[in-house]
Design a protein around this ligand. Structure first.
Ligand code: WQD
Length: 338
């Protein structure tokens, strides 16, 4: 029986790659996105890459009435909830906007899901909910956040968990992403941050593309092998495939399950820079800068639970991530068109 999945935030970076994997795995896909941080062209690229149609609604997930019209028009079997603001630095400057937008979206979605008897949700959470992580990080590591963005993920997990407890048929998977990078192998989809990227990988791709003269490396005096920060980079397509397996888990299980989606491997800033130089054939100039506030030295996942419960393991290498990101950048130097 073909299932219909509502993907909120489905024109975003991870959401769009997940839509392709859903279509390729035989699901029907309905996207609800307000396009506040993405372009309408992404819908066309999803359909082009997957060779199948999706249904798109330009709606704000926090708008209960608009969202109810989507649920009334489709027999939704499960929801993958990506929609939300996600810039750590911006969340510090605009905390109320982050709490209002991200928490209202989660709560409105759950209210409408309950009204229409939809009881399965996979939530786009983040490893940012782990406080002072001692890698490899397990799901039972201490929780806590250092910025409003992280708190909205933390609080959404709690809201979803309490919603699940109200009905034994409700089921949730709380997917805690580490550092998603890379792009679809076609070169037709990828990360398209608006403005100057805060994250390492999109900044490197733009240095290679000539947009910026050099990479600023935020600190080379950490207690790590080469002094730079170590993170668990995961290919966005591996991450997308984890969502398909999470839906299959929800078909057979109730409860509310936090699960790490990471490779279990840690790579430094220099590791990523050198891998991108190999992939692009271009030198990436860099300048060592002071540490960035809020950064930790090293964080990477213990991915055991995802393997044991979802049957998921990341397969792609750092070189795969860089080659795919380089192809996306070179074919789409200005990202998606307006
Ligand atoms: C990675 C490493 C930096 C930029 C963030 C969010 C997290 C999640 C993933 C949403 C660090 C260094 C970076 C640069 C640099 N997002 N760096 N120069 O901070 O691990 O995680 O993205 O869920 O919530 O916090 O990722 O890519 O910003 O940084 O040297 O221009 O690269 O110091 O060591 P981070 P990042």
């Amino acid at each position: 029986m073909k299932q219909t999945i509502l993907v909120t935030g489905g024109t975003g970076y991870i959401g769009s790659h997940t839509c392709v994997e859903l279509l390729e795995n035989g699901y029907d896909v309905v996207i609800a996105d307000n396009l506040s941080n993405s372009k309408r062209q992404v819908v066309d690229r999803i359909q082009e890459v997957a060779g199948k149609a999706v249904t798109f609604y330009e709606v704000d997930v926090a708008d209960e009435q608009a969202l109810a019209r989507v649920f009334a028009a489709h027999a939704i079997d499960a929801v993958i909830h990506f929609a939300g603001l996600k810039a750590v630095g911006e969340s510090v400057e605009k905390p109320l906007a982050y709490y209002q937008n991200n928490l209202n979206a989660t709560m409105s979605l759950l209210v409408v899901m309950s009204r229409f008897g939809v009881n399965k949700i996979a939530f786009s959470s983040s490893a940012t909910v782990y406080i002072d992580p001692a890698p490899p990080i397990r799901e039972d590591a201490p929780l806590g956040c250092t910025n409003p963005y992280g708190w909205t993920k933390f609080m959404s997990e709690i809201i979803i968990t309490d919603w699940q407890k109200t009905n034994g048929d409700n089921a949730a998977v709380l997917l805690r992403y580490f550092n998603p990078i890379g792009a679809h192998e076609s070169g037709k989809m990828g990360e398209d941050p608006q403005g100057i990227p805060n994250n390492l990988f999109p900044y490197i791709t733009r240095v290679a593309g000539g947009a910026y003269p050099h990479l600023n490396i935020f600190g080379a005096d950490y207690d790590t092998p080469d002094g730079t920060g170590v993170r668990d980079y995961i290919h966005v397509v591996d991450l997308a495939r984890g969502h398909v397996l999470a839906l299959k888990y929800l078909d057979a299980h109730n409860g509310a399950l936090p699960v790490n989606l990471g490779t279990g491997l840690g790579y430094s800033v220099f590791d990523v820079l050198r891998a991108y130089e190999r992939a692009s054939g271009k030198e990436i100039p860099f300048v060592i800068q002071p540490r960035r506030a809020g950064d930790v030295a090293s964080t990477y996942a213990d991915p055991t639970l995802a393997r044991e419960l979802l049957g998921w393991t990341a397969e792609k290498t750092l070189d795969d991530m860089c080659l795919s990101g380089c192809r996306w950048q070179s074919l789409n130097p200005n990202g998606y068109e307006d």
